[in-house]
Design a protein around this ligand. Structure first.
Ligand code: PXG
Length: 291
């Protein structure tokens, strides 16, 4: 049996799951999305993801045709139909069908809701043990005053350009700076450093997405009585930190051992990173909405 895709309350086989070429999600990237995970039939931080989806939609004045509770139910229903225990869940809301102009008021149909569930795509296991090597790329993160990175919109070209630049240089992931040259985040992950045993991550006002994994890590660190700072970071501070790691729904927590050719600490995943990875895995086993 193939994957079943949810579109507007109905399930379609993967090959039959189609939307209009006039959908403004396709024509203009006009829409919002979330990437969510489930672990052993527990959807991690589902409410937080749906809240963030609704916030993104509110800012772009996109009316989601379901209530928050209705959206949670639709995600759970899709997981049940697909009988997936551990899944990556992509929720997409597009502006819907319009004409060829960009005016969303011309989209007479209602917004479309698409839910795709699939197996999880992770970095290769050995990178979690050895750590990632990353670089800084030239493309700066979108200016928050222009297109705020808090809006998880279908227009991800800013991050895709950075991903292309990382790939051109032979790297999997890249640091993106904000327009002032401070460290913002990576193409699909937030960044943390450890210095003097304390945790630092850029504040969300500096053009970073307020990652749900990021917040979970800050929560774990608080319980472990580790001092936490949401503070602007320069590359110099990243190069001279004891540990660096990235957080995101897909990657979870992954250690970074080299940045722009500079070894981080002793070039091995650090103690605090390893502890946080262990605690994060514990959290995903106990927290979430059951299905
Ligand atoms: N920053 C950006 C720019 C992101 O897109 C994160 C941080 C981490 O946020 P969460 O809430 O996931 O801890 C993201 C994550 C994917 C994928 O499939 C993930 C994201 C976007 C596109 C693809 O890996 N968002």
């Amino acid at each position: 049996m193939g994957l079943k895709i949810y579109i507007d309350g109905r399930f379609y086989e993967k090959d039959e799951a189609k939307i209009s070429v006039f959908d403004h999600g396709l024509l203009y990237g006009d829409g919002v999305f979330e990437g969510i995970r489930s672990y052993n039939r527990l959807v991690f931080k589902l409410k937080e993801h749906i809240d963030r989806l609704f916030e993104s939609a509110h800012t772009i004045m996109l009316k989601v045709p379901l209530s928050r509770q209705g959206m949670i139910k639709a995600v759970i229903d899709t997981l049940k139909v697909n009988k997936l225990k551990d899944a990556y869940i992509r929720v997409v809301v597009t502006r819907g069908e319009g004409d060829l102009g960009l005016d969303p008021r011309k989209c007479k149909g209602r917004a479309r809701v698409i839910i795709i569930t699939d197996k999880v795509l992770l970095y290769p296991e050995k990178l979690y043990k050895k750590g990632l090597e990353i670089i800084t790329v030239p493309t700066p993160r979108n200016l928050p005053e222009a297109l705020n990175p808090q809006i998880k919109s279908l227009n991800y070209l800013n991050n895709i350009l950075a991903k292309i630049e990382a790939g051109n240089s032979g790297y999997e992931e890249a640091i993106m700076l904000d327009s002032m040259g401070y460290v913002a985040e990576c193409t699909g992950d937030n960044i943390f450093i450890v210095k003097g045993g304390q945790l630092y991550t850029p504040p969300q006002c500096m053009g970073t997405l307020r990652g749900i994994t990021r917040d979970a890590i800050l929560g774990i660190a608080a319980k472990k009585k580790i001092a936490r700072h949401e503070h602007v970071l320069t590359r110099h501070e990243v190069f001279n930190s004891e540990e660096v790691f990235l957080t995101g729904t897909a990657a979870e927590i992954i250690p970074v051992v080299k940045v722009d050719g500079r070894l981080i600490g002793n070039g091995q995943p650090g103690r605090t990173t390893l502890m946080l990875m262990k605690e994060f895995h514990k959290l995903t086993k106990t927290e979430g909405i059951k299905y």
